[in-house]
Design a protein around this ligand. Structure first.
Ligand SMILES: *Cc1c(COP(=O)(O)O)cnc(C)c1O
Length: 391
């Protein structure tokens, strides 16, 4: 089966559900057991790491079916859903570390993950060092005997550095460290983490899988070696994916391929227009030359999505405000992956420790939605006109 076909087939079973096309939504906390023998068998099965229906927390067919679909699409062994993408990131990190360990974290990592590493890891006696996302095999020099985890995110979701994951994964493996990747930008369609040496792949399903800006969910897919620990930790940390939100993610999955292609195409057309705008200094889009790691993206990825950034030449705060405050189609907001276009503003105070901010000041992140691209370009054009008045 080709991948686009898989998106329509995986994780549903009409025959087992009275012919109903989609996987039903089970709402459950209590599961009642028929007898003592069944209960005793459940307890034995639970210890084997098998997925069983024993209590709402651990999942029902609603969650299991999406987990199986995601694991297959990513090419991993198995998958567990989490309440949010952030929870998926944090608990996957916590799963593989203990007091005395050291972790390496990309300087371009998703901000709240960076915040967690800085504020919480020291409390547990774990040290973290940030590294340049473009480090590649040079990461060897930063690995310590106690390095247990390398966190990668490729590309970074504000500054878009594409990481040399195979090179980093090779060094990590030689030193017995786990590679945990945030694969939200790539999605399982455009980047295959397990073919590139990743052990644990995290996705914010909140973005392109759900795709409609109306629910939050995360997922962690592991290779066989790292799966049992993750599965156990997810339940021990009390993680549960809400059934209705899981249903929305299942539904989003069916159309993700066509949506992504349109997001991708609109983003390239916006980028083409932005190249003609005098205020634009650089375009940080992995699919375009000029983005750090563009060649790596060409080698390792099969496509792009709708999210990229631009940096601006010396523009005043008033100029930026005049643009973003009055956009008609681009909403001013964080998150991304929904059907609608978004604009977000970052400046040089965005936390970084070992790499330079790519601009003197402003980085504007754009999410190309599914609107007609001519309307989007007109909205940006009008925005730059307003910006010019306040130069
Ligand atoms: C949004 C995002 C997350 C967090 O996902 P939530 O579901 O919003 O918690 C993690 N990583 C990346 C790259 C993101 O963009």
């Amino acid at each position: 089966m080709k991948e686009t076909t898989k998106l329509t087939q995986l994780g549903r079973d009409p025959e087992a559900n009275f012919g109903v096309v989609n996987m039903p939504v089970y709402h459950a906390s209590t599961i009642v057991w028929p007898n003592l023998e069944h209960f005793e068998q459940l307890k034995r099965d639970f210890l084997t790491g098998e997925k069983i229906i024993s209590y709402g927390l651990h999942g029902t067919p609603t969650q299991f079916s999406l987990e199986a679909a995601l694991a297959e699409l990513e090419g991993g062994y198995d998958c567990r859903l989490f309440s949010t993408g952030l929870a998926a990131n944090i608990i996957s990190l916590m799963t593989y570390i203990k007091a005395g360990d050291h972790v390496l974290v990309s300087d371009s990592i998703y901000g709240p993950v960076r915040g967690f590493c800085s504020s919480w890891l020291p409390r547990f006696g774990v040290t973290a060092d940030f590294y340049d996302p473009m480090i590649g095999e040079g990461i060897k020099a930063m690995v310590k005997e106690e390095t247990r985890v390398v966190l990668v995110e490729s590309p970074g979701s504000i500054t878009f550095e594409v990481q040399d994951i195979p090179a980093i994964a090779k060094v990590a493996k030689e030193n017995g460290a786990v590679v945990i990747m945030d694969n939200t930008w790539g999605t399982p369609l455009n980047f295959k983490p397990f073919e590139h040496g990743v052990n644990v792949s995290v996705q914010a399903l909140t973005k392109y899988v759900i795709g409609h800006s109306d629910a939050m969910l995360g997922a962690v897919t592991c290779d066989e070696e790292y799966w049992p620990q993750l599965k156990k930790a997810a339940s021990e940390f009390g993680q549960h994916a809400a059934p209705d939100d899981t249903y929305l993610a299942q539904r989003g999955l069916r159309t993700m391929d066509v949506r992504l292609k349109r997001h991708e195409q609109n983003a390239y057309q916006l980028a083409e227009y932005l190249q003609t705008v005098p205020e634009v200094e650089t375009i940080l889009h992995p699919g375009l030359p000029g983005c750090p790691g563009h060649e790596i993206w060409q080698r390792d990825f099969t496509g792009a999505c709708g999210l990229f950034s631009i940096t601006l030449k010396s523009v005043s705060r008033e100029g930026v405000a005049a643009m973003v405050d009055d956009m008609k189609l681009f909403g001013f907001g964080a998150s991304w992956g929904g059907y609608e276009s978004l604009i977000c503003v970052y400046d040089e105070n965005t936390p970084r420790t070992v790499t330079k901010w790519p601009s003197e000041k402003w980085v504007i992140r754009l999410h190309a939605g599914l609107e007609d691209v001519d309307d989007l370009i007109a909205d940006l054009e009008a925005g730059f006109e307003r910006m010019r008045i306040h130069k």
